[in-house]
Design a binder for this molecule. Structure first.
Ligand SMILES: Cc1ncc(C[n+]2csc(CCOP(=O)(O)OP(=O)(O)O)c2C)c(N)n1
Length: 282
């Protein structure tokens, strides 16, 4: 288990990440609701779990990260900038500009982006292929995928679930950002997913259900992954809140995507700073 100072560092980083994602949302429209719900998971992945070299993005030994819910590009770009792949200012100055690598959905022209995503449902199949290739090539890196729950209504997700277990890909880890909302409403009303954990268990996966905003629980899930050479892929169903951390956006499907003006940016960042100070007991 990580020590207290590591946990506190990760919490600070998650707070910084949320503020950076909001700054980006001020530069141009982003999918801010699903960016904010994924912030704690991505913070732990990029600053605790994964091995990578930002100066050598194609390093063979790196763990692979696939943003299957590709519309959360703002969260991925911010993670990559904070991980040292490029400067945050470079991102802010170029987001959604003509000929910029930073589109509304991720392109692999951005250092650290493994594969372009945004058409939902494909990321787990791609991750399964990469994990299978790692096995065949006797490599010991992991493949992490981040899926949305709305995305999990796509049939191809379940085809990948079947294949990954069939090929015994214990090197594959899928996070589901279970915020309960899709683009236009509640997942359970659009197409029922529950009992979601049972469904993954039935497909033979190792299943964890955690609070996706508890840094401690996310770290604990990472610490308890089966060995990379085990037979069982892992899914971590992370219960989250769309828009987490910004009260006017929380659980509001209207904030699936959008942009914010300077006044709202300031208000949101102040709210996040205040909450983090309270958490620190200041
Ligand atoms: C194949 C496909 N169908 C539809 C869309 C449009 N779309 C973009 S985001 C989204 C909702 C996704 O919901 P979820 O996966 O829960 O994302 P989150 O709430 O975490 O942002 C939809 C339907 C798409 N990008 N790709």
């Amino acid at each position: 288990m990580a020590d207290k100072s590591t946990i506190e560092r990760l919490k600070d980083q998650a707070c910084e990440m949320r503020k950076n994602m909001l700054k980006l949302c001020h530069v141009g429209a982003t999918h801010i609701g699903g960016d904010l719900s994924a912030a704690d998971i991505l913070t732990v992945l990029f600053h605790y779990a994964m091995k990578y070299d930002p100066k050598n993005p194609k390093w063979e030994g790196r763990d692979r990260f696939i943003l299957s819910k590709g519309h959360a590009a703002g969260a991925l770009y911010t993670s990559l900038a904070m991980a040292g792949y490029f400067e945050l200012d470079y991102l802010f100055n170029n987001y959604r500009k003509l000929d910029s690598p930073f589109g509304e959905h991720p392109s692999d022209k951005v250092p650290g982006v493994e594969i372009p995503t945004g058409s939902l449902g494909h990321g787990l199949s791609i991750s399964t292929g990469i994990a299978l290739a790692a096995r065949l090539n006797k490599k010991n890196h992991r493949v992490f995928a981040l899926l949305g729950d709305g995305e999990s209504q796509e049939g191809m997700v379940w085809e990948a679930a079947m294949a990954a277990r069939h090929y015994k890909l214990g090197n594959l880890v899928a996070f589901i950002d279970r915020n309960g909302l899709s683009l236009d409403g509640e997942t359970e009303k659009l197409m029922r997913l529950e009992p979601l954990a049972d469904k993954w268990k039935a497909f033979g996966w190792n299943v964890m259900v955690i609070d996706g905003h508890s840094i401690e629980q996310i770290v604990n899930a990472i610490d308890n992954l089966p060995p990379v050479d085990s037979d069982t892929p892992t899914v971590i169903i992370a219960k989250t809140v769309k828009g987490k951390g910004v009260s006017c956006m929380e659980n509001d499907v209207n904030w699936h995507a959008g942009s914010i003006d300077a006044a709202l940016l300031e208000k949101c960042c102040a709210e996040l700073d205040e909450a983090r100070k309270r958490e620190r007991g200041e």
